[in-house]
Design a protein around this ligand. Sequence first.
Ligand code: NAP
Length: 256
Amino acid sequence: MTRSPDSRAARELAGLGVELVRADMADPGRMRNVCDGTHGVFSVQNPMIGGEHAEFVQGRNVVDAAADAGVSHLVYGSAGPGTPSTGVAAWDVNFEVAEYARSRGLPLTVLRPMAFMELMTDKDLYPPVAAWHLMPRLVGAERPIPWLAAEDVGALAARAFADPASYVGTDLALAADIRTLYECRAIWRRVTGRNPKRFPMPVWLFQKFVGPDLTRMWRWLATHDVDVDLTETREHHPTAVTVEQFVRRRTQPPGR
Ligand SMILES: NC(=O)c1ccc[n+]([C@@H]2O[C@H](COP(=O)([O-])OP(=O)(O)OC[C@H]3O[C@@H](n4cnc5c(N)ncnc54)[C@H](OP(=O)(O)O)[C@@H]3O)[C@@H](O)[C@H]2O)c1
């Protein structure tokens, strides 16, 4: 589902044989049409685009459309500790959307990663400013962080859809590796032979690009321990990549 079937990413998917459907999660009527007759729905919203209120409204629209259409399985791409009132708006919205889905009686699986490994590599997430400068400052370079690669969320969602008897009704805290940012930097140096690029920027300036919630999240991580069981994630997805495997894949050509 995309708002722009003509975008490069959408056309790449179509090239793999994926059927594209144009829809906007902000449009409840269109969402109902899209969910009609579907077996399952994977739902994820992005607060960075429209803000937390839009994220909640879109999440609720997807839940309502899936419930009204009577889909067999809703897999929700959540994030964070899975507790209410953390003060981090994006996580609180994730919690509320999952609660709303339960209240509508949907067969639900919640996938709940903490930090995506892509924070270290993907330019849209500003790694030189974020992962390599502000995160160490605000989270603390020595704080353990639970990491998962975004593509492994996709693999876990596929497993959940394939095995609803094991997954409906579960809420899974996910991490394939737990590493401090100091360790991540050392892994990067070991794999690439150099330090990751760092671009110092004051917090207030970064917030002009991304809003206040991301830095709030990082400050939360500085003061709260996160209880994630690596073995549980690996039982569900044995080949989920570690930080070292991820950095190797993203920084070295295949075959090395
Ligand atoms: N935990 C972490 O470390 C971490 C890090 C980064 C991101 N995240 C989370 O991961 C999620 C995805 O982030 P991302 O960076 O992958 O975002 P992204 O690259 O901007 O992708 C967003 C996707 O959502 C679709 N989308 C956005 N608004 C939509 C709407 N109104 N209706 C229908 N589709 C819509 C976009 O589709 P089209 O543009 O094709 O319509 C696109 O496929 C977000 O929830 C984000 O908060 C978490």
